[in-house]
Design a protein around this ligand. Structure first.
Ligand code: MLT
Length: 405
């Protein structure tokens, strides 16, 4: 053998969190074919695409059938009709100064959150919330940026962990060690927690002061129900010089299987004379041929009047599930949080059970699947995540089964 594999991949412990939980659920279901397993584990949507989106998809498919309207490669940054709709609705309507050419359309926020680290030097130090969406850490491991893994503490030597605990309202505190790249996700996956606009402003001020960049994952923005919770980091003053924002169509419009997202990089975000915007544009141009035209047309329909009204209802449907889970578990004596501005409910495992132990216990005794908190990082131990993305009927049944346990 003369070729060598990327040694950094070998440092990754185990498989990807949702591959592990998916395998365990499948194995249980195969061994118990008579039992109905209810999956409230991965944050995958269950409701069909809204009619306005289906109409747009049909229309775009028909366009592909005629030479006059057929489309080949999409423009590097995405079609202008979609970038204008995003700039107008997600930013200008909120008083945020983001231009259409600062928006990069992609096939989803997971890929963008994984790939964005590529434009930074290997010796940057990352800071992550703990618990954290595992993609941020795993992709930095793959890139060789995280140092050595401590199997006992389940942490990486070169990563700054910002514990988000019950005591801090599951919000991170400014770390004592200075990071170069700060990953923040609000509304948060997995805890469902949010921070106020003032608290986010503190992060923006801090990042500008120390010269760090914030990678702000706002995939769950559509679920915000309370005032004073920022919908985008660009509501904060100074964010244009320190923040990249990641957004998804998966959770607000049910695109988990359709695939569409975008990343915002303001042109004011620079390392000396170098705009991060230029580097990401270079990467996009070289490595990516864009989300399909058909899907970008579906994305445009998300911003139509009919699309907005239908999606508001869809989000309300999932949030009704969230309330049902939250109230049901609370009345059963569980300590719960989240579920108010996010489709995730974060509960403490009962009787001091380990989170993987509770995963097995719940599967065996209630045939309900969730996600163990420990899979999101050491501070997730002792916690468990349930998603509100199931059908209402399954959600009700799952909670009734848990109550009977
Ligand atoms: C989750 O369950 O955390 C999400 O489905 C992850 C994702 O959106 O990739």
């Amino acid at each position: 053998m003369s070729f060598k594999v990327n040694q950094d991949y070998l440092k990754l412990p185990g498989s990807y969190l949702f591959s592990t939980t998916g395998r365990k659920i499948r194995e249980y279901a195969q061994a118990h074919p008579d039992q109905k397993v209810i999956k409230l584990s991965i944050g995958d949507v269950t409701q069909p695409l809204a009619p306005a989106i289906i109409d747009a998809l049909h229309g775009a498919v028909d366009e592909m059938a005629a030479a006059e309207t057929f489309k080949g490669y999409a423009p590097d940054l995405g079609y202008e009709f979609l970038r204008n709709a995003i700039a107008d609705n997600d930013y200008k309507a909120r008083g945020c100064d983001i231009a259409a050419d600062e928006i990069f359309v992609s096939d989803g926020a997971k890929c963008d959150s994984a790939n964005i680290q590529e434009i930074f030097s290997k010796d940057n130090k990352i800071a992550v919330c703990d618990p954290v969406y595992p993609v941020y850490v795993d992709t930095n491991v793959m890139a060789g940026r995280t140092g050595v893994y401590d199997k006992i503490g389940e942490t990486w030597s070169d990563v700054i962990y910002m514990p988000c605990t019950k005591e801090t309202g599951f919000a991170p505190e400014i770390p004592t060690q200075t990071p170069d790249i700060i990953y923040l996700c609000f509304p948060n996956n997995p805890t469902g927690a949010t921070i106020t606009k003032d608290a986010l402003q503190e992060w923006v001020d801090y990042a500008n002061k120390v010269g760090a960049v914030i990678i702000y994952d706002a995939a769950y923005e559509a679920y915000i129900s309370e005032d004073n919770v920022p919908h985008t980091i660009y509501e904060c003053e100074g964010a244009r010089t320190c923040a990249i924002e990641l957004r998804s169509f998966s959770k607000n419009a049910g695109f988990t299987g359709v695939r569409l997202g975008f990343t915002v990089i303001p042109k004011d975000l620079k390392d000396g004379d170098v705009m991060l915007h230029s580097l990401w544009a270079r990467r996009h141009g070289t490595k990516y041929n864009g989300a399909p035209y058909i899907i970008q047309k579906a994305g445009e329909a998300v911003y139509s009047e009919a699309g907005k009204a239908q999606l508001k209802e869809q989000v309300a449907y999932y949030m009704k599930n969230a309330s049902y889970i939250y109230d049901g578990l609370k009345s059963a004596g569980y300590s719960v949080s989240g579920g108010v501005n996010a489709p995730y409910i974060w509960l403490e495992t009962p009787k001091g059970m380990g989170s993987w132990e509770f995963f097995d216990y719940l599967l065996e005794n209630a045939q309900v699947a969730g996600t163990p908190g420990a899979g999101f990082g050491p501070s997730g131990e002792g916690y468990f995540r349930l998603t509100a993305f199931g059908s209402y009927e399954n959600t009700v049944e799952a909670i009734e089964r848990i109550k009977r346990m």
